[in-house]
Design a protein around this ligand. Sequence first.
Ligand SMILES: C[S@@+](CC[C@H](N)C(=O)[O-])C[C@H]1O[C@@H](n2cnc3c(N)ncnc32)[C@H](O)[C@@H]1O
Length: 237
Amino acid sequence: MKDLFGKALLDYQNGNYTEDIITSTSISDEDVLSLPYLFRSFSEMPKLEQKALQLSKGKVLDIGCGAGNHSLYLQEKGVKVKSIDVSKGAIEVCKQRGLKNVFVLDITNETETFDTILMLMNGSGFFKNLDKTPEVLQHLKSLLKPNGQILIDSSDIKYMYEDDDGGYWVNANANYYGELEYHISYKGESESFPWMYIDFENLKSACKKVGLKCELVLEGEHFDYLARIISFEPRLQ
Ligand SMILES: C[S@@+](CC[C@H](N)C(=O)[O-])C[C@H]1O[C@@H](n2cnc3c(N)ncnc32)[C@H](O)[C@@H]1O
């Protein structure tokens, strides 16, 4: 892993911001991922993220924390938060910004338990594909304290397959339409990885398979949504 995301965050943090990250996917052309956006304050966050932070309670795990915006907000409010990311650069930035409890860690290797698990800025990317989603959810379930919750945002990207005449060109025999190959380039280097957006109904049914209940909290302005996932079975304290 070249950790281009981490390199870009470190550059911004250290005053070396000269260009943004360029993204593209297997189904879409180039787009700009602005570095300042990756350092957003609470008031600059989308409503879905603000709502997730308002609903956060108890001991919180921020998965894929990036530059640590959500964790910093919670830490400043006195909430106990652990922040993890696979990107070494991102975690270095979080430390420089004053986050206290941060680690380079893949979600699959987390073992502590939490009252709230945050997966923000399309948290379904960690599932990688639809088939693997129940397995990752099962792991996340094992990290939940009694009455714990997972707060995740994602989008139904079916609109990206819309024709000019309003029809859809989704191939029913292909993989799930939310599964993409995601490319990023930054300062002359590039890397790719699998990434998935999941619509609410598919997330709900994957949750059901592993005894989790998924409810819609809020819908965004462009097919995006915030969901809250909790355990079916109340566990003993
Ligand atoms: C879209 S960014 C979101 C960053 C941050 N949450 C935000 O909203 O600004 C996704 C982050 O997840 C991290 N990530 C990807 N896969 C991960 C995994 N398996 N475990 C932990 N972090 C992961 C990436 O390194 C990246 O920092």
